[in-house]
Design a protein around this ligand. Structure first.
Ligand code: IMP
Length: 221
């Protein structure tokens, strides 16, 4: 039996989503069952439920692309992907923005392999280009405590861009430690740990086409 999220996804929608990915169903269905075979639990330990299926994600990414297209008409924005989690979101988002645009990437570390933030943000890879006088948009996978976004915004603002906005596919408002506004938010999500569509746990699960939660609370994994 499939475990359903408490919000958003109907069983019909999940069934349609799963039918589009027979390969994943074959590999993952024992996980959704909550009674994983030992082989499956080795491959996907802790995967509990689909939270957002691929169709929902793609629709939201398309909507965000339309909004950004409208807001930046006549401009050439720089879409800055925050590695590694936002790589897939960034790649999909830019293809829904019908403007001349440029891309760059920045990489920060705040989590390591843990599921709780260390509270420290470290720059791992800087931008390759100057953003002075540029209309920049930071593209994040998920904003949790807000420490990473706050660090990035302060760091990038100091470089004098013409404008700087932020776009996050997921936001966990209940976990926020810093009151930092996000200009474009895909989905507001509860305090769970999510994987898939770029999001990882210990560098795994990034290639799932949907977003799943790892456990019912932070003690589950
Ligand atoms: P923040 O600094 O606490 O807002 O965390 C931001 C970063 O933590 C994100 O860019 C992710 O890399 C990671 N993160 C936070 N929550 C999750 C989650 O639920 N799944 C996977 N990564 C997460």
């Amino acid at each position: 039996m499939l475990t359903m999220p408490a919000w958003g996804v109907s069983s019909g929608a999940v069934a349609v989503g799963l039918s589009l990915f027979p390969g994943w169903v074959a590999k993952l269905s024992p996980c959704y069952d909550l009674g994983m075979s030992s082989d499956q639990s080795d491959t996907f330990p802790g995967l509990k439920e689909i939270f957002l299926e691929e169709k929902q994600i793609q629709q939201k990414v398309a909507d965000l692309g339309v909004r950004i297209t409208q807001d930046y008409r006549g401009k050439t924005p720089l879409l800055i992907g925050v590695l590694r989690g936002a790589a897939i979101f960034h790649a999909d988002l830019i293809r829904h923005i019908e403007l001349k645009l440029r891309v760059d990437f920045i990489s920060v570390a705040s989590y390591g392999d843990a599921t709780k933030t260390s509270g420290e943000v470290q720059l791992i890879k800087d931008l390759d280009t100057s953003i002075r006088g540029v209309d920049a948009i930071l593209v994040e996978d998920i904003v949790d405590t807000g420490l990473t976004l706050d660090y990035l915004v302060r760091n990038l603002e100091s470089r004098r861009p013409a404008s700087l906005r932020s776009c996050a596919l997921l936001s966990k408002p209940s976990r926020r430690c810093i009151d930092i506004p996000i200009d474009y938010v895909g989905f507001e999500v509860p305090d769970k740990f999510f994987v898939g569509y770029g999001l990882d746990h210990q560098q795994k699960y990034r290639n799932l086409p949907f977003i799943a939660s790892l456990g019912n609370d932070r003690t589950d994994f």
